[in-house]
Design a protein around this ligand. Structure first.
Ligand code: BJW
Length: 233
């Protein structure tokens, strides 16, 4: 049975109350990317960056998965082939819905990272620039997320999944950030059918052979139903 590879972005968590980045009222309308999502911004003002991520960590802790997260967990449980979920999101809502082996290519709000020795540990609710690293003691702790100019996590596993994909689906992502924006083309070259599920056609829409437009909480469960009904035939 074919392997299904799914890429998710901020749009899948929008109906759980978490803001997207590039929508009109998104995070980048309120914060400058270069201030809060680059290593240079963190070096300039770590307290500002910690405030930004502390607020998002608190918000994510209150958020609950929606019907789209639940549908993907169901697909993983019921599709007879492998279902690989790659997320750009840092919120942990796929696991909260019951998904497993999720690749967090842009890191996780629940993680802390020492910029000096690379040690990783569970983030406290509130992080601060003076927090010492539990391994080396350096006061250089940062959120374990991937900022612009840094290498995303899990790329070797991701390229392997894309090379084996029978279906590639991108859900709730604007397709403006690389390398994730190139995954559809990579999967298509390997012979996969490609489908975009998004509120509206994204900047990347031309890279997909199929599209389902609407809120993720509606279009994702409907798409999963279709796949599982076809599997049952
Ligand atoms: C709904 C909905 C609903 C709303 N239902 N849908 C020039 C060319 C090519 C590349 C580059 C370039 N210059 C620089 C680069 C590289 C750079 C890049 O891509 N820059 C672009 C701006 C051009 N990329 C990087 O630096 C990356 N690293 C890298 O490239 O390393 C080098 C390398 C890679 C591979 C091999 C070898 C070398 C790192 C990128 C890190 C991005 N980090 C962030 C922050 C993470 C932590 C955090 O969360 O704060 O990741 S930025 C932000 O954008 C976050 C997201 O994961 C990412 C993508 O955003 P996403 O998820 O798509 O959200 P939105 O808001 O953009 O879109 C939401 C969508 O949902 C919209 O379409 C809505 O319509 C839709 N929607 N409601 C369904 N209810």
């Amino acid at each position: 049975m074919e392997k299904i590879v799914i890429l998710t972005g901020a749009g899948i968590s929008a109906e759980s109350g978490l803001g997207t980045f590039r929508d009109e009222d998104g995070l980048w309308a309120q914060h400058a990317i270069e201030d809060v999502a680059t290593p240079e911004g963190f070096a300039r003002d770590p307290a500002r960056v910690h405030r930004f991520y502390n607020a998002r960590r608190a918000q994510a802790a209150r958020a609950r998965p929606n019907a789209a997260h639940a549908a993907l967990a169901r697909l993983q449980a019921e599709h007879p082939g492998e279902v690989a979920i790659i997320t750009q999101n840092v919120d942990g809502l796929h696991e909260a819905a019951g998904a497993h082996d999720v690749i967090h290519m842009h890191g996780r709000l629940s993680g802390a990272l020492c910029a000096t020795c690379g040690h990783r540990w569970p983030a406290p609710v509130e992080m601060a620039p003076d927090d010492p690293c539990p391994a080396c003691g350096a006061r250089a702790t940062r959120p374990d997320v991937v900022w612009f100019g840094e290498i995303p996590h899990g790329l070797d596993a991701i390229w392997d999944h894309l090379a084996e994909a029978g279906i590639f689906a991108a859900i709730g992502t604007s397709g403006q950030v690389y390398p994730a924006a190139a995954f559809a083309e990579e999967a298509a070259q390997a012979g996969a059918q490609t489908v975009e599920l998004n509120l509206e056609p994204s900047a990347n829409a031309y890279r997909f052979t199929q599209a389902r437009h609407g809120p993720a909480s509606q279009v994702v469960p409907a798409w999963v139903e279709e796949i599982l009904a076809r599997d049952a035939q």
